[in-house]
Design a protein around this ligand. Sequence first.
Ligand code: ADP
Length: 397
Amino acid sequence: MKSPPSLEDLIGIEYSKLGFFREAQEKIAQLHASTLELERRRQQIQAILDGITDVMAVITPEGRITSVNRVFYEVFGGSSPIGRACYNVFRGSDRFCDPCPATIAYETNRLCRQEHILTLQNKTRHFEITASPLRDPQGRPCHILLLKRDVTLEREYQAKLNHAEKMSAVGLLAAGVAHEINNPLTAILGFVQAIRKRLPEVRDRLPQEFRSTLEEYTEIITDECARCQEIVQGLLSFSRPYTGATTAVDLNQCVQETVRLVRHRFREFPGLQYAQELDAKLPPIQGEPSQIKQLLLNLLLNALDALPNGHGAVRVRTFVRNDHEVCLEVQDTGCGIERESLGKIFAPFFTTKPVGRGTGMGLSMCYSIAQAHNASIEVESEPHKGSTFRVVFGLMP
Ligand code: ADP
């Protein structure tokens, strides 16, 4: 096939000799080079944007997205957001967020930082949002650059750290109080026991009714002192992390032995459905069996207490999760825990039970036992539906 005539063919060699053609050729070459350079720079900028590990979007003052980076698609899914409203893409909403960081950045012509909580694929995620104005040559904002950094893990660690710090502060306070109470308590118990011992000496000189009242009172004082001592021991063990020797512990055996202890209480709950699902292949964990039994006992007693009028189901499970976590779970269909109480249940003395029934020490002890075993306690609860307490241990080294 014949190739189309070139510029040289059309205008003749004479003109090129005059320099015109060469000039045109040079201009074309320059244009070609600058197009290549522009494309190279565009690719470089795209590579930089794609290299940013935060979600990036450029939006107009009206909130329309004009460009995004690769991470955007990884976090928010496949379909193109170009031309769509940012509030619709990020939140599925039909109006601007209140307050909207992009609007603030645009109106103030300054950078604006906010933290937003979004739900993505049914998971709550915390995003730190930085909105900065992109300015025209006159310095006026024309677009807004949004950077969204996923800080969910950081926030979780921060919350855990705060919780641990709070627990250790309260633990120290509790230990101080417990020590102070222990001495007078021992004295009261000693004296009341002395009175009981000496009662027979005066027995015949006292009227029958007065004598039995005295006996009853001393018995009550002894019982109440014993209860106080239990609380004090609880406080002390809460503040003092367990440092005893550990062995390989079979969690299934712990469950069986603990349930044997509380089985007699099951009779108080005629409407109770108790179930046990123990993984026969459960690997052992490193720990101290009596502590783990105490932890489980507290969780079980709480589950029983939560059943309205003693009716409902309690299930104890052991299982392996994610190949490396050994879980001990107590689930009930009881009253559940109100949202505002969830953050407080592990604090010493927090109780919603009537005076005389709850000390508020059970879960705080569970917390310190779990900590001593490098385990964590997960809680899921819904008011009026029930609660699940899951102790997650690591595999034995
Ligand atoms: P106590 O049992 O003496 O109240 P805990 O520290 O064991 O102390 O529990 C603290 C509080 O946590 C309870 O008073 C109750 O409000 C809540 N709680 C614990 N376990 C459960 C459960 N399984 N269901 C509902 N609420 C619970």
